[in-house]
Design a protein around this ligand. Structure first.
Ligand code: DQA
Length: 170
């Protein structure tokens, strides 16, 4: 199985870009961590980055042709403006998980509003580079419906727990 990771504008500058907000890891380092994390779960990752809205739309549209079962997307600042990216997400069958390094809801009203999130299956925001790893987990659950059902079944009929031990009488 393959997951496509799409990084939006200015994320190529990670490492030096506002490190207090986005951390000191470079995009290449983050991509390596994502690939390792996915490999441990038997999944391949293809990562792309673009500073251009139309190119991100193209990547979303082509995910299925690449054989990607899900997309993990950080749209960068396009999160807050891009109807074109939101439309592309809605136009394809590939499930999309939106991720952000920073917590959008702690950064003022302009950033708290995501135009793209409403089109996504869900959103992970505020865990630094680990947002991507959590995004991979979410993408896997969406791409492997059998596992999701298994989780639901387990929740519906929890295993019997051993009876609690009686306290010894004094
Ligand atoms: C970001 C948050 C956006 O508001 C910002 O424009 C970015 C990065 C994040 O990952 O926290 O470029 O998407």
């Amino acid at each position: 199985m393959k997951i496509l990771v799409i990084h939006g504008p200015n994320l190529n500058l990670l490492g030096t870009r506002e490190p207090k907000i986005y951390g000191r890891r470079t995009l290449a380092q983050i991509d390596r961590l994502i690939a390792e994390y996915a490999r441990e779960r038997g999944v391949d990752v293809e990562s792309v980055q673009s500073n251009h809205e139309g190119a991100i739309v193209d990547h979303i549209q082509r995910a299925a042709d690449l054989g990607a079962a899900a997309i993990v997307l950080n749209p960068g600042a396009y999160t807050h403006t891009s109807m074109a990216i939101a439309d592309a997400i809605r136009a394809v069958a590939t499930p999309v998980v939106e991720v952000h390094l920073s917590n959008l809801h702690a950064r003022g009203p302009e950033r708290a509003r995501s135009v793209t999130a409403a089109a996504c299956r869900g959103i992970v925001s505020g865990f630094g580079h680990e947002s991507y790893l959590l995004g991979v987990d979410a993408a896997l659950r969406l791409a492997r419906p059998g596992r999701r059902n298994a989780t639901r079944r387990a929740a519906a009929s929890p295993r019997k727990r051993p009876a609690p031990r009686r306290r010894a009488r004094r």
